[in-house]
Design a protein around this ligand. Structure first.
Ligand code: PEP
Length: 260
């Protein structure tokens, strides 16, 4: 990894009245971000407005979900070409909130990953164990199952263009982040699985982000840890000053861990 990747997931936050000033402040605060690529994932309703604000800037746009078909009778859904048309480069898939609240299965998520690839979007495949799975010693089998199923049938040349986000469910929105040692252990495990699915050389190029209560205060320690290439940030991406500080620190920490 050459550059840290920081993705802000606004979740179901951001009316246009809120999204416009937030995106503008982040864009203006990160004009020439060093060592970090920053992506904003607003809700669907704010994508067009945020796209207009960040165009010609260093900030990239992403969506929080997509359907696996390009068009058709799927009421309430949004397709990959619709996202691409709005300027989205990234799409989050398999977020634990969608797995839990919308019943998304690994099989459905796999269809979405393939659709994202087919339409030129970079997928960000989210995987992570619940607190109960961790207590039962099921962290690695859970991650392995989600990763293998999510990437099943995806060609190697497409896997290497994607992003994986390790998001322990127990750390999302709880204020309790995984320690850098806990995260690095799972990231190392994911890197090993990606080596099996692609090759040792190419697996190193796939960003593996950590997500779960990342803030400006803890991002440096996390991103400086082995195999952690950036962060997927929920709550802390809704405050412009905090998110700008977080992204700058991630850029510095990534550079330090790479020995630049
Ligand atoms: C997320 O939604 O992906 C996330 C990591 O949320 P938070 O940063 O709020 O824990």
């Amino acid at each position: 990894m050459q550059t840290a990747l920081v993705i802000g997931n606004w979740k179901m936050n951001g009316t246009l009245a809120e999204a416009r000033p937030l995106a503008t402040a982040i864009r203006d605060g990160l004009k020439r971000p060093r060592g970090v690529e920053v992506v904003l994932c607003p809700p669907f309703t704010a994508l067009a407005a945020v796209s207009e604000i960040v165009k010609d800037s260093a900030i990239r746009l992403g969506a929080q979900n997509c359907h696996f078909e390009a068009s058709g009778a799927h009421t309430g859904e949004v397709s990959p070409p619709m996202l691409a048309e709005l300027g989205c480069r990234y799409v989050l898939l398999g977020h634990s909130e969608r797995r839990r609240e919308c019943g998304e299965t690994d099989e459905l998520i796999n269809h979405k990953v393939k659709a994202a690839v087919a339409h030129g979007l970079t997928f960000v495949l989210c995987v992570g164990e619940t607190g109960e799975e961790r207590r039962q010693g099921l962290t690695f089998p859970t991650i392995e199952g989600q990763l293998r199923a999510g990437l099943a049938g995806v060609p190697v040349e497409s896997i290497v263009k994607g992003v994986i986000a390790y998001e322990p469910v127990w750390a999302i929105g709880t204020g309790v982040n995984a320690t850098s040692a806990q995260a690095a252990e799972v990231h190392g495990y994911i890197r090993g699985l990606l080596s099996e699915l692609t090759s040792k050389e190419t697996a190193h190029a796939i960003p593996i982000l950590y997500g779960g209560s990342v803030k400006a205060d803890n991002v440096e320690e996390l991103v400086a840890a082995p195999e952690i290439d950036g962060a997927l940030v929920g709550g802390a991406s809704l405050n412009a000053a905090g998110f700008i500080a977080l992204a700058k620190k991630a850029g510095r920490a990534g550079a330090t861990s790479r020995g630049d």
